[in-house]
Design a protein around this ligand. Structure first.
Ligand SMILES: Cc1ncc(COP(=O)(O)O)c(C=O)c1O
Length: 359
């Protein structure tokens, strides 16, 4: 006897990246920012009056919505705040996909997408990316032919770091019959000289949502705070109907606002991550490990040459040396490791460990 719904019984859950308690472990496995959040976060926590917890928090997190609207030159009605980017994904499914309807995704991408679609009872249309991890010419054609109601794509792409430019997203949104959610979890790490900015596209397309998170760029993975931007017609049903009544707690709202307002501090960490991304990519390549060009805070590195036992073996050997990186049980990714860019010292220790594994 089971009380689970049939689709819950049949599905597999999300496989979390390892989160060790030992602070000596070098964590290059879940794409966290290697630098701590802004000191303004510490001040916000220290100044938080615990007695205010007696009351419910601001229901729609309007202070943060206003800050985001100012930063991105949009209206607060075009922003909805969520309990991490993950909740934003779940809300998009709940709001835009009929039970039994079709959810679209590029393959490979964030492994939570199919889990959320299965929970919702959606059918999943997976469309393979090409060999440089970009959509094929027929990408949207396939999604439309399957009557896809919502498609998620990650940009910069995870796990490769490949960036699709403004024009490509513009064309994808124009061609897609359903809602296109561009998951910009890693967009803060894009080289500013590219002047990459998709926000103006939400004025042009009535079916485009952009997902942001405070977890990566703002070093707040432990907080659980994200948001969606899009046309008010897409945002309103989430704010008013599908969201939990108080989906983001009062402490999180204060902390996220403090971190977001200290843009110069966060931007400095992004610049440091970008510098190390270039350096790490070069040094890995000197070891014979070539990486995809990445605009995110991680590198997808192909393992071969001096590492004849393959990527999974290297991951295990690194783990024995106290360094965590990610390997995916996916045929197309089997030869690769995804390595989060760490601090210069962490990256040095990774490179030394790889040298010792190569022997
Ligand atoms: C592609 C992608 N999207 C969204 C998220 C969600 O992040 P969070 O729920 O921490 O905001 C992640 C986290 O790893 C991610 O990799």
């Amino acid at each position: 006897m089971t009380f689970e719904r049939a689709n819950i019984r049949a599905m597999a859950g999300y496989t979390y990246g390892e989160q060790p308690d030992d602070p000596r472990v070098i964590k290059l496995n879940t794409n966290e920012n290697p630098y701590p959040p802004s000191p303004r976060v510490g001040e916000a926590i220290a100044g938080f009056d615990y007695r205010t917890l007696r009351r419910y928090p601001p229901a729609t997190a309007d202070d943060f919505r206003r800050l985001a609207a100012e930063r991105f030159h949009i209206d607060a009605e075009q922003v909805v705040v969520t309990n991490g980017g993950d909740e934003a994904l779940r809300l998009a499914l709940t709001t835009f996909v009929e039970p039994g309807g079709v959810f679209g995704m590029a393959e490979p991408s964030y492994s939570l997408y199919p889990v959320l679609a299965n929970v919702h009872g959606a059918r999943i249309e997976r469309v393979d990316l090409d060999t440089s991890w970009r959509p094929t010419a027929d990408f949207v054609g396939q999604l439309n032919a399957a009557a896809t109601e919502l498609t998620c794509i990650v940009n910069p792409h995870a796990p490769s770091g490949t960036l699709l430019d403004h024009q490509t997203i513009d064309e994808l949104a124009a061609a897609h019959d359903g809602v296109l959610l561009v998951d910009e979890a890693y967009v803060d790490f894009v080289d500013p000289s590219l002047e990459h900015n998709l926000v103006p596209l939400i004025e042009k397309h009535d079916n485009l949502l952009l997902l942001r998170t405070m977890s990566k760029g703002y070093s707040l993975a432990g907080l659980r705070f994200g948001f969606l931007m899009g046309p008010a017609e897409l945002i309103a049903p989430i704010v008013g109907k599908t969201r939990d009544s108080y989906n983001v707690d009062g402490i999180s709202q204060r902390i996220a606002s403090a971190a977001f307002a200290d843009h110069p501090y966060a931007a400095d960490t992004w610049a440091r991550v970008r510098n190390e991304r270039e350096r790490l990519s070069k040094d890995l390549s000197a070891l014979g490990l070539s990486s995809e060009p990445s605009q995110a805070n991680f590198l997808l590195t192909k393992v071969g040459g001096r590492f004849p036992n393959g990527a999974k073996h290297v991951q295990d050997e690194l783990r024995r040396r106290g360094i965590l990186v990610r390997h995916f049980a996916d045929a197309r990714l089997d030869e690769y490791l995804r390595v989060t860019v760490g601090t210069p010292d962490e990256n040095d220790r990774l490179l030394n460990a790889l040298e010792s594994i190569a022997g």
